[in-house]
Design a protein around this ligand. Structure first.
Ligand code: BJW
Length: 241
C-alpha cells in the first residue's frame, strides 16, 4: 500500500487523538471534553457573550494543562516532523488541535485551522498576541489597552476556520492525504478526505484508534494508538520512497 505513494506532496490532517498519548483529552471519546462540558456553554461566540468567565475558566484550565511539565510531544508528533525533514516532495500538516505539540516536535509547515491556545485575540482591535497566562474580563489588550474583549484565539462553532484557501490549495495538489486521530464529526475538516480523493485523485489513509465517521472515504486504514502506529507508518513511507 505505501509503495503506491513513491512521490508527490502529502497533506496530513491531525485531530485530538494524536495528542491523547501526550496526556491531552479528546472531545468525543467516552471520557472526552464534551462528556464533561456542553459545547453550547464553552465553544460558541454566543456562550462567550453570555458567560465569558465560564469560557475563560475552561480555556485557562486547558492552557495550564498544556504548559504543565507532564505534557510533551509523543512519538507520533516526532514522526511527522521526521516525515517533513525527509520527504522530498513536501509535507503540510493541517491540525485541528490548538495545542503546540507539533511545533515542539519540530514540524514547521503547519496550519492551525482551529486556532491556538497559546495566543489571545482582542475582540476590539483584533490584535493577536502570544499568550501563556490566564485570561479574564479584566485582562487589557497589549495593543489597544482596552479590557473586557480579550478571548482565546480559537475557532468556535459557527466561526470560519483559519487559512482555508491555503488548505484547499494544498489538498488540490496532494498525492497522499493522511488523517490522524480525528473522529470526522466536524466540518469543514471532515470533508477534506473527499476533496483529496475526488478532486486531487490522492491516495487516502486514516490512522485512528477506531474507524472515523467518514471511514468509507479512505483507501487504507491503520487502527491503533497514534504514538505506536504513526512512527511505523512514516517508516514504511520513507522506506518505500
Ligand atoms: C485516537 C487516540 C489515540 C483517541 N490514537 N487516535 C449546525 C449549527 C452550527 C454549525 C453547524 C451546524 N451543522 C454543521 C455545522 C458546522 C460546524 C460543525 O461541524 N458542527 C458539527 C459538530 C455538527 N462546524 C463549524 O462551525 C466550523 N466552522 C464552519 O463550518 O464555518 C463555515 C465555513 C467553513 C469553511 C469555509 C467557509 C465557511 C468551526 C468548527 C470549530 C470547531 N471547534 C472545536 C473547539 C475549538 C477548539 C478547542 O477548544 O480545542 O475544535 S470543536 C472540537 O472538535 C475542536 C476540535 O478541533 C474538533 C474536532 O475534534 P477531533 O479532533 O476530531 O476530536 P474527537 O474527540 O472528535 O476525535 C478524536 C479521535 O481520536 C477519535 O476518532 C478517537 O477514536 C481517536 N483517538 N485516542 C489515535 N491514542
Amino acid at each position: 500500500m505505501t509503495s503506491q505513494i513513491a512521490s508527490g506532496p502529502i497533506v496530513v490532517l491531525t485531530g485530538a487523538g494524536i495528542s491523547k498519548d501526550s496526556g491531552l483529552d479528546t472531545f468525543r471519546d467516552a471520557d472526552g471534553i464534551w462528556s464533561k462540558v456542553r459545547i453550547e456553554d464553552v465553544a460558541t461566540a454566543a456562550a462567550f457573550a453570555r458567560a465569558p468567565e465560564r469560557v475563560h475558566a475552561f480555556y485557562n484550565a486547558r492552557r495550564q494543562r498544556l504548559l504543565s511539565s507532564d505534557v510533551a510531544p509523543n512519538p507520533a508528533h516526532f514522526a511527522l516532523a521526521r516525515l517533513e525533514r525527509h520527504w522530498a516532495h513536501g509535507v503540510l500538516v493541517v491540525t485541528q488541535n490548538i495545542d503546540d505539540l507539533h511545533e515542539r516536535a519540530g514540524t514547521s509547515r503547519l496550519i492551525h485551522m482551529h486556532g491556538e491556545m497559546l495566543k489571545a485575540r482582542c475582540g476590539s482591535c483584533n490584535a493577536v498576541t502570544a499568550w501563556k497566562q490566564d485570561l479574564g474580563l479584566d485582562t487589557p489588550c497589549p495593543s489597544c489597552k482596552r479590557s473586557g474583549a480579550m478571548r482565546p484565539d480559537v475557532v468556535w462553532f459557527g466561526e470560519i476556520p483559519l487559512e482555508m484557501d491555503r488548505i484547499y490549495q494544498a489538498i488540490a495538489e496532494c498525492a497522499l492525504f493522511i488523517s490522524i486521530g480525528t473522529s470526522g464529526n466536524v466540518t469543514p475538516a471532515a470533508g477534506f478526505v473527499r476533496e483529496a480523493r475526488e478532486f486531487a485523485g490522492a491516495h487516502t489513509v486514516e490512522l485512528n484508534l477506531e474507524p472515523s465517521a467518514g471511514h468509507t472515504m479512505f483507501d487504507d486504514a491503520v487502527l491503533g494508538p497514534a504514538a505506536k502506529e504513526v512512527p511505523a507508518y512514516v517508516d514504511r513511507l520513507l522506506d518505500a520512497s
